[in-house]
Design a protein around this ligand. Structure first.
Ligand code: SF4
Length: 127
């Protein structure tokens, strides 16, 4: 083998246009990936906003429930005397929220003002 043979490049040459094409393909892939991520992020933001709106609505409802439980004429010493709930557990009320002192099942609205939120029996206390 001659000296010149050893000096020949052993690296295969690639045309710059091939590399440019590969880079362009990669850029296109990256761009579509970024667009996908942007769409996902926009969707996540939209979902988060819907949840915040729902939480805000729940907070307003809770405040209304507390206010009604304090101002309703059927609420006496924190207990609602209008409703007699036959099966409290069926509607998710635990025994600590029920008063059975007079052989009925009355909701302690001081502990569970959510009952008042949409109650059709609300009447303001008369002074
Ligand atoms: S608003 Fe309804 S649930 Fe609440 S205390 Fe009055 S009657 Fe009872």
């Amino acid at each position: 083998m001659s000296i010149e043979d050893n000096l020949r490049p052993s690296v295969m040459l690639i045309s710059p246009s091939d590399i440019e094409e590969d880079i362009k393909k990669l850029q296109d892939k990256l761009k579509s990936h970024e667009e996908l991520e942007l769409n996902d992020i926009a969707k996540l933001k939209e979902d988060a906003q819907k949840l915040w709106d729902f939480v805000s609505w729940l907070k307003v409802a809770q405040v209304q429930g507390v206010w009604k439980s304090k101002t309703c004429r059927h609420s006496i010493n924190g207990r609602c005397n209008a409703w007699n709930i036959s099966d409290p557990e069926k509607i998710g009320l635990t025994p600590d929220k029920i008063d059975e002192s007079d052989n009925s099942k009355r909701v302690i609205v001081d502990k569970f003002p959510n009952l008042c939120v949409a109650c059709p029996l609300y009447e303001a206390k008369r002074s």
